[in-house]
Every structure is written in structure tokens, then in C-alpha cells.
Design a protein around this ligand. Structure first.
Ligand code: 4AD
Ligand code: MG
Length: 481
């Protein structure tokens, strides 16, 4: 008889038993005795396994020897209510084929606890663990939810280029794109590399942000968003930085800074609600995992339970304060007075470090914070200048455990103010005329922000290292796989 192959997820959710089913997947564990074996089978559709019951008399011993952890098998059989505890239903196998063996002496993912560090070294196989299965299903769900949110709200998905000739946003942090001979590049009379002879006839790099092109789209389509990879060659070896990461950048014409904050807060809450509504099995698994990992920590060093933490963000308004207010809080804070910050906060104008951001969020306000109106000296040239001449209409959204999750601003829409600021900051005007055209023709207030996709995933999954929420992380000195 032939049945259609189903997924484990469908089997576990479907109503009714006592039917013939057909399934393929990878063996997680096998146990049993001379009469009967129980195989826990997973096919990636859900964190849960289906139990396959194998009557030893029905199958050759040689065949069953090949059914080891990691092997791929195909099973046909009757789906029945399970008599044993631990699962609701199981399959009584009538047909079992081994599609691909996994030599137990060589297969690295054995049914025991592996460290995250070890799993990073076998990132090509770590998808097969419960932890990484859960993370990458959540990653998918969040990507889908992002598109759904914007689509439902009338945004247009704009594909901005990855190769760019403008380096004004990422001075010094960009990966060069070139086809010139590295050993023997053509030189100009002055002895510099002659990029006129390069593939694009100019110096090009990988983008650090789609914002500038996104603004061009927003100034006609009204509401746009980008969602793509971005590249930064900064040498930051932290648990929150990647050299290649994904960013979501909405840009909205006629939005001011307040509208921008409202959008950011509503958007983040939508995504977290989506995770709670659609990823509960995986979240519950990750929550238990985290509690397990932290059980030896002191009570006050343990993180808040994952699902409780997500609900907490939904239930509370984000605190909105200015940079100036934040500096006053930090200056007078205990850790600052006791010299416990690595970077002491002594004067207005200093850039905030992640230790400061986390103090504000985790200790002072105990909820997400949106910081606004930063000093213009520490922010990009395109941010709208405030009337005080000192600050700009910037906003950073700060989250517990993460620090900065979103960075954005209202944009300077006055041609004169923008070009003056560019001159002050030595931003090259050549090659930026296209950008300035939006301020020359039909200029209007507009705002946007960038959400780091992996930072969002750190928060939603509760994982501690950004290398564990992207399939194949790229970091300084590391581009394996
Ligand atoms: O604050 P950033 O640099 O802002 C921009 O790029 C603006 N052009 C965005 C805009 O207004 N359209 O980056 C935005 C976010 C950060 O808040 C952070 O979440 C994430 O991108 N991010 C990184 N994530 C992982 N690794 C890195 N190296 C990151 N750098 C920034
Ligand atoms: Mg930023």
C-alpha cells in the first residue's frame, strides 16, 4: 500500500489514530530489548520526536544495527495511541529502510549534552540538535512575521544593493569589493590603487546599511522596508557583534521622531507576540534549557524565565528619555560613583557603552528604554538637527540582556543644514548628489530605523552569544563553512 509522507508535526497534531502513515527523518535515539525497539525520530518540523516501535521479529538484525543516532530512515506503519508514557501516539513499523547510516564512532552529535562552543565547530551538523532546531525554526518564524507586519501595514519591501560605492556611513568599517590583482594592482601617477580600472570603475564595498537607498524609496513609495544582509569590518569580538548580520530598516515619509518611536515599539511587540503565538514548543524548550544552564548561578544572577520575559516586554510601555536625562541618571548611579563602570560617565557628550545601556534597562528602569536626542558629535551626519544646535533627533532602543537592539532617527530634510553638516563632518559630497536630490526636490520630514535581526533573536531565544542565532557566523578571523 502507498501512503503520502507526512511530517512529524502533522502526525502529532492530526486527529484520529489507527491509520497507515509514512514518515522519514533522522534517528535521535534508539532503545529497547530483544523483542522490541523504540526509535525517537525527528524530521525538523517540530522539536518533538515521534516514537517508532519496531518488533524485532519483523526485521533483520543487520538492518536494525544500522539504525543509530543520526541515521536517516524511512518508515511505514500504523499510527496508534501509545501505551507507554511520554508520548501520545506512536508508529508501529511495518516497513523500515535505512536511507543513510551515521557511523556511531564518527558521528559527532551523540545523544548527550554538547557545549555550544563545540557545536559551533560542527555548525553544519548542529541543526540536528534540539537547541539549534528550535533556534532556526524561531528565526524563520521571525523573518516571516517581519514581512507579515510590514505587508499588513502598507509597507513596500525594497531591495537595496549589497555592493555600494558610498562609504559615508561606514568609514573604515567596510569590506572592499574588487577584482583587481591583490599582488599587483594598477596604480595612479600618485602611487594609489587606480580603482578606475576596477570592475565598477570606482572603489566599491559591501554595504553597512540599506538606509540611504531606502530613503530614496520612501520619498516616493511612502513606507518602505529593507531586510537583507549587511557587512561590517569592525574588529569587535563580542557576543553581540557579527561581521555579516541581517538588518531590517523601515523608512517612512512624513514620520517624525515620535512616530518613529511608536513604530519601533509596535513592531517589536508584534514580533514578540508572534513568537509567543507560533513558537511555544520551541520557546518552552529553550526556557528549560536556559534554566538548566543557570541552575548553579546565584539567584540574583539568573535571567528571568524566557516566556515571562517576553510577556513582560509586551505588557509594558517602553521608557522614553533623552540622552541628557540618561547621562544624569548614569552620573549619579551607584556603579558610576563606585567606579564599577569600565567607562566612567563623567561628562555630557560621552558615547554610551553597552554597560551603561544595560544599567539603564536592567537596573534603573527595569524595562526597555528608548533613548533620544543624542549629541550630534556622536551620531551620523544625516540625523535631523534639533533646535538647540547641540543634539539630533536620534533614537536607540535598548533591551535587557542585549543593550542596543534598534538604532534610528528622524532625517535632516533641509538641504542647507544637511550639506553644512556634511562639510563639518568631512563627508565627501561627490557621489552623494543622488541622496541630496531628495532634499532638493519635494523634500519632506521622514524617519526610519534599523533593527539587528540577530539581536532580536538573541532576545527571543534567550541565547547568550550572537554566533548561535545565525546558521554560519562570520566574525573576525572566522569564515568557516
Ligand atoms: O545603529 P546602526 O549602526 O544603524 C544603522 O545602520 C542605521 N543606518 C539604521 C537606520 O536608521 N536605518 O545599526 C542598527 C542595528 C543596531 O541597533 C544593532 O541592533 C544592529 O543593527 N547591529 C549589529 N548587529 C550585529 N552585529 C553588528 N556588528 C551590528 N552592528 C549593528
Ligand atoms: Mg547604532
Amino acid at each position: 500500500m502507498s501512503t503520502k509522507r507526512t511530517s512529524v508535526k502533522e502526525l502529532l497534531q492530526s486527529k484520529g489514530c489507527s491509520k497507515e502513515v509514512e514518515i522519514s527523518g533522522w534517528v535521535r535515539t534508539k532503545r529497547g530489548n530483544k523483542q522490541v525497539n523504540f526509535i525517537a525520530l525527528n524530521d525538523g518540523s517540530t522539536i518533538n520526536n515521534i516514537q517508532v516501535v519496531v518488533n524485532m521479529d519483523d526485521f533483520a538484525e543487520d538492518l536494525l544495527k544500522k539504525v543509530t543516532t543520526g541515521a536517516a530512515i524511512h518508515v511505514k506503519g500504523l499510527l496508534v495511541e501509545s501505551a507507554g508514557s511520554g508520548q501520545v501516539r506512536e508508529i508501529q513499523a511495518s516497513v523500515l529502510d535505512v536511507l543513510g547510516e551515521a557511523d556511531p564512532d564518527k558521528y559527532p552529535i551523540q545523544p548527550k549534552k554538547h557545549s555550544l562552543e563545540f557545536l559551533r565547530e560542527v555548525a553544519h551538523l548542529r541543526f540536528r540538535t534540539n537547541t539549534f532546531g528550535a533556534i532556526f525554526r524561531i528565526r524563520h518564524a521571525m523573518a516571516f512575521a517581519i514581512h507579515q507586519y510590514f505587508n499588513q501595514n502598507g509597507f513596500c519591501y525594497l531591495h537595496t544593493p549589497l555592493v555600494t560605492a558610498s562609504d559615508c556611513e561606514g568609514a573604515g568599517e567596510m569590506f572592499r569589493v574588487t577584482t583587481l590583482d591583490a599582488k599587483n594592482p594598477p596604480l595612479t601617477e600618485d602611487g594609489d590603487v587606480d580603482y578606475k580600472q576596477d570592475f565598477f570603475a570606482k572603489a566599491t564595498s559591501l554595504t553597512v546599511s540599506g538606509q540611504l537607498e531606502g530613503e530614496l524609496g520612501a520619498m516616493a513609495l511612502g513606507k518602505i522596508y529593507t531586510f537583507g544582509p549587511t557587512f561590517r569590518a569592525e574588529n569587535s569580538n563580542t557576543t553581540r557583534h557579527l561581521s555579516e548580520f541581517w538588518m531590517i530598516e523601515p523608512e517612512v515619509a512624513f514620520n517624525d521622531l515620535n512616530d518613529n518611536m511608536d513604530l519601533a515599539e509596535e513592531f517589536l511587540k508584534y514580533l514578540i507576540q508572534y513568537a509567543l503565538d507560533n513558537c511555544m514548543d520551541d520557546l518552552q524548550f529553550l526556557s528549560t534549557r536556559l534554566q538548566e544552564e543557570e541552575k548553579n548561578k546565584k539567584a540574583d544572577e539568573r535571567s528571568v524565565e524566557l516566556i515571562e520575559k517576553l510577556k513582560f516586554v509586551l505588557d509594558n510601555d517602553f521608557e522614553r528619555i533623552t540622552y541628557t536625562e540618561a547621562i544624569n541618571i548614569l552620573k549619579n548611579s551607584k556603579p558610576n560613583k563606585k567606579g564599577q563602570f569600565q567607562y566612567p560617565v563623567d561628562a555630557w557628550g560621552v558615547d554610551l557603552q553597552s554597560e551603561h545601556e544595560r544599567y539603564l534597562v536592567e537596573k534603573h528602569f527595569k524595562k526597555p528604554v528608548i533613548l533620544t536626542n543624542y549629541p550630534k558629535e556622536i551620531k551620523a551626519f544625516y540625523m535631523k538637527q534639533d533646535s538647540d544646535g547641540e543634539t539630533v533627533a536620534a533614537m536607540d532602543v535598548l533591551f535587557p540582556q542585549i543593550g542596543e537592539i534598534i538604532g534610528g532617527s528622524e532625517r535632516e530634510d533641509s538641504l542647507e543644514k544637511l550639506t553644512t553638516r556634511m562639510k563639518e563632518m568631512d563627508v565627501p559630497m561627490d557621489g552623494m548628489q543622488y541622496y541630496l536630490d531628495t532634499r532638493r526636490f519635494g523634500s519632506a520630514p521622514h524617519s526610519g530605523f534599523g533593527l539587528g535581526f540577530e539581536r532580536l533573536l538573541l532576545f527571543v531565544t534567550g541565547m547568550g552569544n550572537i554566533r548561535d542565532v545565525i546558521p554560519f557566523p562570520r566574525t573576525p578571523k572566522n569564515a568557516e563553512f
